[in-house]
Design a protein around this ligand. Structure first.
Ligand code: ZN
Length: 437
């Protein structure tokens, strides 16, 4: 069978719209009644005012900043964001805090099961089946993504191997020892495991991984293809967040990502006005309403994810809406010397054209009146020293073409830049007012 839920995944478009509108209205009333944030925010608008999906525009977006404020009241630690009785909360999660104070996220047993079910769609769509023994090379701590992966793999019937409390070498030995054939990891850590395996004299392709599902960071398609080459396996992407859950995943066609409908009502809005839905092939900001999770009600949450809207059909036969590509985050877009810059463009160039670059960091600073953008790059230690100057020149040329900015390129000694397991922080804006993420 190709679908996790054959009925839900092949509904006609009109049915999705109808179901989502009806769920939205229910969630809207629930949020107004149970969450202090929405009691205040949605004053004056009633569920009856929402007669079509077009009426969603009447409802203000929910921003992360206001959620932080509402979290400071009782009951500790969830405050006015909690949608259920605090005694019904069974699991604590939190955001990573890369953009400010973390948000604490409560899950009741029912809400958690709802999240896991949505994740099963992502996993099944990526071809994970009961024959897979899936290695998770992390301790998951309080961060949600790999907990969802853990519980969803069990539900799909895979055999799950938690790989926390080991170093990278130990994890590589474990993969070989138990013959794991599936893995879920951040793209960065997938590359790092491959690098480490090579240094141990092990070809990453010989680890036996057939399928890899990436989480935790935006993944340029060049990085996905690089992982496929290194491990000689199929690599899939998905997108989501701690607050809205994982809301889209890649099917075996590997052509964009399917929105998990009707679990989520996803709008892709024009980034200037945040009002109008963009057309196919256009870039927009993603606004998500999870439609069945009541412990943490969210109405029109501004994810700040920028995506290109995809077409609504797929060779896999699923009928849900698609996104073509993840562009980055509105938080990461910066003006450098008057040019709009996204760090993801640099990663795309490096993974595609510069496989000898093993780690990198981008730093923007102001020197006098000038913005200076620097790429610190670390190359494979096996490369002859004579080729390093040449790589530096090629890097400057390719980055200029891709970003329209002149980069100051510094070649760093092997092992000098930090390595990341969960969220990589490779972009630093040190200018006054610039956010250092
Ligand atoms: Zn598909």
């Amino acid at each position: 069978m190709n679908y996790w839920n054959p009925y839900l995944e092949t509904l006609p478009r009109e049915a999705y719209d109808q179901i989502e509108l009806s769920y939205f209205r229910k969630m809207f009333s629930f949020a107004k009644e149970h969450s202090a944030l929405y009691r205040e925010k949605l004053k004056g608008i009633e569920a009856e005012d929402i007669r079509s999906l077009d009426d969603l525009k009447k409802i203000p977006l929910t921003e992360k900043e206001e959620m932080r404020k509402y979290q400071e009241v009782e009951p500790f630690p969830y405050g006015g964001l909690l949608g259920s009785d605090i005694e019904k909360v069974t699991t604590f999660r939190q955001t990573s805090g890369t953009t400010g104070k973390p948000i604490y996220v409560p899950e009741t047993y029912e809400s958690w099961q709802w999240r896991v079910e949505a994740w099963c769609h992502i996993l099944y769509m990526a071809g994970f089946r009961p024959r897979h023994r899936v290695f998770l090379p992390f301790g998951y701590n309080v961060y949600v993504a790999f907990w969802e992966a853990h519980f969803a793999s069990e539900k799909v019937g895979c055999e799950l191997v938690p790989g926390g409390a080991l170093d990278t070498k130990g994890r590589i030995h474990k993969i070989l020892e138990i013959r794991a054939n599936g893995m879920m990891n951040t793209p960065t850590y997938g590359l790092h495991i491959a690098e480490e395996a090579k240094s141990m004299g092990i070809d990453p392709a010989s680890l036996g991984i057939e399928r890899m599902l990436c989480a935790g960071e935006p993944m340029p398609s060049a990085t996905r293809k690089r992982l496929e080459e290194l491990y000689q396996c199929h690599v899939f992407d998905h997108i989501g967040g701690t607050e809205p859950c994982a809301w889209a995943g890649m099917c075996e066609a590997k052509d964009g990502m399917h929105i998990i409908e009707p679990f989520f009502l996803v709008e892709i809005l024009d980034r200037e006005t945040l009002q109008k839905e963009v057309g196919e092939g256009e870039i927009g900001v993603v606004v998500v309403t999870p439609l069945g999770r009541r412990s943490f009600p969210l109405i029109r949450f501004n994810t700040k994810d920028l995506v290109i809207k995809g077409k609504n059909s797929c060779s896999c036969g699923r009928t849900s809406k698609k996104i073509k590509e993840v562009v980055g985050r509105t938080d990461d877009l910066r003006k450098v010397r008057g040019v709009l810059f996204s760090p993801k463009t640099v990663e795309e160039v490096l993974r595609k054209e510069f496989q000898e670059v093993e780690e990198f960091e981008i730093v923007v600073e102001r020197r006098g009146l000038m913005d200076v953008i620097t790429l610190r790059a670390e190359v494979n230690p096996q490369l002859p020293v004579s080729s390093i100057e040449q790589i530096k020149t090629r890097l400057q040329e390719s980055l200029k073409i891709a970003t329209n900015l002149s980069f100051n390129v510094i070649m760093e000694p092997p092992g000098s830049l930090p390595r990341y397991m969960l969220k990589a922080k490779r972009f630093k804006d040190l200018r006054e007012g610039g956010k250092n993420e």
